[in-house]
Design a protein around this ligand. Structure first.
Ligand SMILES: NC(=O)C1=CN([C@@H]2O[C@H](COP(=O)(O)OP(=O)(O)OC[C@H]3O[C@@H](n4cnc5c(N)ncnc54)[C@H](OP(=O)(O)O)[C@@H]3O)[C@@H](O)[C@H]2O)C=CC1
Ligand SMILES: [Mg+2]
Length: 329
């Protein structure tokens, strides 16, 4: 089978590459590579001034590696990410031990911190950039077995690491987090942590404790952080979130009784939490993406690549609909 041809069933194809070292090594010969320098992805500016993730073909990457004094077999250190629409296997490669500016020059691109890259990349490319970084980070921090202290060995695709001494297999992990937009019917509750950028408020969130369901985490986190009791939980969607380590965000809507809205903030967790009106929210959603050269606005919400933004947008749409139904503007 020629693995480079467009593949009808991508999922089966990727499963094979994940599990079969030989097939994956073969796929590396005709892969598409995303480079990271100390976990910062390589971006390129197109002729129309738009930034995209730079993707290099195997032959181009090997050529560049040789030019910067690195063995071309270094491509084998890559990790499998997925497949392009054309069926080309995609890989991420950490090149942090190579001179950064020499690489940037050879690749005609620049390595950009992932948080900054999220603001520069077109929407659909952000999750791929995040996945590439997350996988590299996981491998960098799981080189040893936590039971024996012996080195763990990766398979070719990077879908797991194994300790041959204990026989334990380690798989890349995400920590589940519940994020919830609480509404009292006409307002929604947003909060900020001291570490948030100035003026940014987001939905409430918290890591799931061992053994908890999504609903249990949601009730506990809202009670802990703002002292409220929620009901009517509705699932909205999910997202992988790479910061600071890989989280798996499960996003929900919930409501509180309109006569029990007094917030009691846990100051150890939150700097502030307050109710926002529909007008305040729609104005914040209309604001253009943050310009790092300008002062941040007094109140703004997470940008569109964050699932918090999706929750806030959905809430605003719902409010708009019910206002129309009630003859309000
Ligand atoms: N994509 C999005 O739209 C959004 C994503 N998020 C993400 O959600 C995550 C959780 O939100 P946050 O409100 O801070 O969570 P929590 O409310 O649970 O508060 C963080 C606390 O959990 C501890 N902690 C850190 N990692 C873990 C873990 N893996 N398991 C259990 N506890 C942990 C922290 O300890 P320590 O003192 O060590 O830090 C800190 O005390 C963050 O990574 C944040 O970036 C949040 C909002 C929006
Ligand atoms: Mg929290």
């Amino acid at each position: 089978m020629n693995l480079t041809k467009p593949v009808k069933n991508m999922s089966r194809y990727l499963k094979r590459l994940k599990e079969d070292d030989e097939a994956c090594r073969e796929a590396l010969k005709s892969g598409i590579f995303l480079l990271y320098h100390k976990l910062s992805p390589l971006l390129r500016e197109t002729s129309s001034g738009i930034y995209t993730l730079a993707s290099l073909k195997t032959s181009d990457l090997e050529h560049i590696l040789e030019k910067v004094g690195k063995d071309k077999h270094f491509v084998n250190e890559s990790f499998l990410l997925g497949c392009t629409d054309k069926g080309e296997p995609q890989f991420s490669l950490e090149v942090g031990d190579i001179d950064r500016s020499a690489l940037e020059q050879e690749c005609r691109g620049m390595f950009v911190d992932l948080r900054k890259a999220f603001f520069m990349l077109p929407g659909p490319e952000s999750p791929l950039a995040a996945k590439g970084q997350a996988l590299l980070r996981w491998h960098q921090t799981n080189c040893f077995c936590s039971a024996t202290g012996q080195p763990t060995i990766r398979n070719q695709s990077g879908s797991f690491r194994v300790c041959h001494s204990s026989g334990i297999t380690y798989y890349p992990k995400m920590a589940p987090v519940v994020i919830v937009l609480v509404s009292d019917g006409s307002r929604c509750l947003l909060a900020r942590q001291t570490m948030f950028p100035l003026g940014m408020y987001s939905a409430l969130s918290g890591f799931c404790d061992m053994g908890e369901s999504v609903e249990e985490t949601l009730h506990r986190e809202v009670a802990e952080e703002v002292g409220l009791e929620v009901k009517n939980i509705q699932y909205s969607g999910s997202q992988h979130w790479p910061f600071p380590q890989s989280s798996f965000m499960l996003a929900c809507h919930a409501t509180v009784n309109p006569d029990k809205t007094q917030v009691n903030i846990d100051k150890a967790e939150l700097e502030d939490a307050r109710w926002f009106t529909y007008e305040e929210i729609t104005e914040a959603l209309r604001k253009p993406p943050l310009d790092p050269r300008r002062e941040p606005p007094v109140f703004w919400v997470p940008p569109s690549y964050a699932i918090a933004n999706q929750l806030i947008q959905e809430w605003a749409n719902q409010q708009q609909l019910s206002r129309k139904l009630h003859g309000l503007k």
